[in-house]
Design a protein around this ligand. Structure first.
Ligand SMILES: NC(=O)c1ccc[n+]([C@@H]2O[C@H](COP(=O)([O-])OP(=O)(O)OC[C@H]3O[C@@H](n4cnc5c(N)ncnc54)[C@H](OP(=O)(O)O)[C@@H]3O)[C@@H](O)[C@H]2O)c1
Length: 279
């Protein structure tokens, strides 16, 4: 499993991690087995959120006895992101996850509470050792500039954003901004939240041909494309150990520049949208 430095932190984090959204709607034993198999195979970046309800409990259970292996991320919903609300939301997540500290804590999307207050709470939580770093999610460049103005350089660890082969909007401005400021970009819904290109589509055929050349799978090829730069991470969600193992296989796959160019052509970037797409 390849690792890259996570933004301004000193942590080397697995480029392919594991999402947990809707994991609580799957068979619990299979969900636990999926997360544990993923951990065994190096997918140690575990992404969860208070919004995902019991998924936090499942992640905590999967990490029992092996918390130190993981880079554990959770998120506060914007409605809770006042200064006091962020502190108490974090405590609730820590309790559900059965841990003393998160590796990174994110604001799930921009909301109505003053960003200054959320950032102040994040900084307090970090001083208290309850989080090791903090970041944001679904932030466009204007929002990122606002965080930078409040917190200064080197504080914002990541921006977690929608990124899959059919939704590459972040390449226009968000990725360049994050790279200029040393912020990790974590791509969520890397399989389009269940809408992965089918084998009969043009794009699907391109993925299959490249996969065949490497003894890999189309999903592994897609994931590798999505983490092709040193700033990029991906967090696919799998609810079976087989799917988790498949996804982990992307962690060491190497694609040539020519293969990356074929994928780029098959899944064109498209024009810059007015606002950042989110799920
Ligand atoms: N920050 C945000 O606003 C935000 C928003 C959305 C998502 N996220 C995070 O990103 C994570 C991933 O995104 P997502 O859950 O929306 O969707 P996703 O990872 O793009 O897709 C998940 C779907 O792909 C299937 N799948 C996974 N691996 C597979 C494999 N190897 N072969 C076949 N099918 C496979 C899953 O099926 P099975 O379940 O049957 O394995 C599920 O149906 C979330 O879980 C969450 O942690 C964050």
């Amino acid at each position: 499993m390849e690792h890259q430095t996570f933004g301004p932190t000193t942590r080397e984090v697995a480029v392919i991690g594991q999402g947990t959204w809707y994991l609580d709607r799957s068979d619990r034993a299979a969900a636990l087995a999926a997360l544990r198999r993923g951990l065994d195979l190096g997918m140690t970046h575990i992404d969860t959120a208070e919004l995902y309800g019991a998924a936090e409990n499942i992640a905590g259970e999967a990490l029992a006895g092996r918390r130190d292996e993981a880079f554990l991320v959770s998120k506060v919903v914007p409605d809770h992101a006042s200064r006091r609300g962020t502190l108490t939301a974090c405590e609730r997540s820590l309790a559900r996850l059965g841990t003393d500290a998160l590796d990174c804590y994110l604001l799930h999307w921009p909301g109505a509470h003053a960003l200054e207050d959320t950032v102040a709470a994040f900084e307090q939580l970090q001083r208290e050792g309850k989080i090791r770093s903090w970041g944001v999610s679904n932030f466009d460049v204007d929002d990122l500039e606002a965080v930078l103005a409040i917190a200064g350089e080197g504080r914002l660890a990541c921006n977690q954003v929608l990124y899959h082969l059919s939704e590459r909007a972040i390449e226009h401005a968000v990725i360049p901004w994050c790279e200029r400021h040393g912020v990790a970009v974590v791509g969520y819904s890397p399989f389009g939240h269940g809408r992965f290109p089918g084998p009969r589509t043009r794009g699907g055929r391109v993925l299959q041909e490249i996969a065949d050349a490497h003894g890999a799978t189309p999903r592994q090829v897609a994931l590798r494309f999505l983490v092709r730069r040193p700033s990029l991470f991906a967090i696919p969600k799998a609810s079976s150990p087989e799917h988790a193992a498949d996804n982990a296989g992307a962690g060491d796959l190497q694609l040539s520049a020519a293969e990356l160019a074929l994928i780029d052509e098959a899944f064109p970037l498209g024009p810059r949208p007015r606002s950042l797409p989110m799920l």
